[in-house]
Design a protein around this ligand. Sequence first.
Ligand SMILES: [Zn+2]
Length: 210
Amino acid sequence: MRPVPILPAFVTPAAAGRVAQAHVWCQHCETVHSHGAFPGHRAAHCYRKESPYRATGYELDIRGEVASPDDVVPKALYAGRHRLRSKLEDAAPLLRSALLAPTLGARGKHHLEKRLGRVRISVVGLSWWIDLDAFPDAGAKPRLRDRPDHAGRDFVSLLSTLYGVARGVVGVWLLEVAAGVSFNAAGRDGIAAAIEAAYASEAEGRDGRP
Ligand SMILES: [Zn+2]
């Protein structure tokens, strides 16, 4: 069981036409979640499915009063007006297509077809297919097959398949290169293991096992 996080909460007192509420800033949803104005455990109000609070809920640690829920938003330049996660999701296709060019030795667009001898690599958005025998004869048109030899739905598994590097290691490298941070050995191992565990749990979900 993961520990239950404790979030600082601030109360807007009861006033005409409104009940007292406790408000917390949620960094996963990048918004304020509001609850009844008493301390203790709550089921998360998170709307982002990847928020870890959805599994654990959170404890409200009531710190004081505020005039408005907006006062709980961090005093950061964009907080409450823009959502970092959405901006990153907008940037991700551009980032990936920029990374495709050097990693696949091709001019990267969001769609890419690349031939390597008999092999064809196709990338459309996040989905990719590798057909090891798409061009059995030099100069011939490609054979179209229903079942590619390799396929996936993300950039990490594509690079892992092409370069023979474990998905966890690819993920760590992408993070380091894109963010300009470098982790120590324990950090790299931890992140790589978490990435492998995410793939394992996704595969279990697909197979219908718990
Ligand atoms: Zn949330």
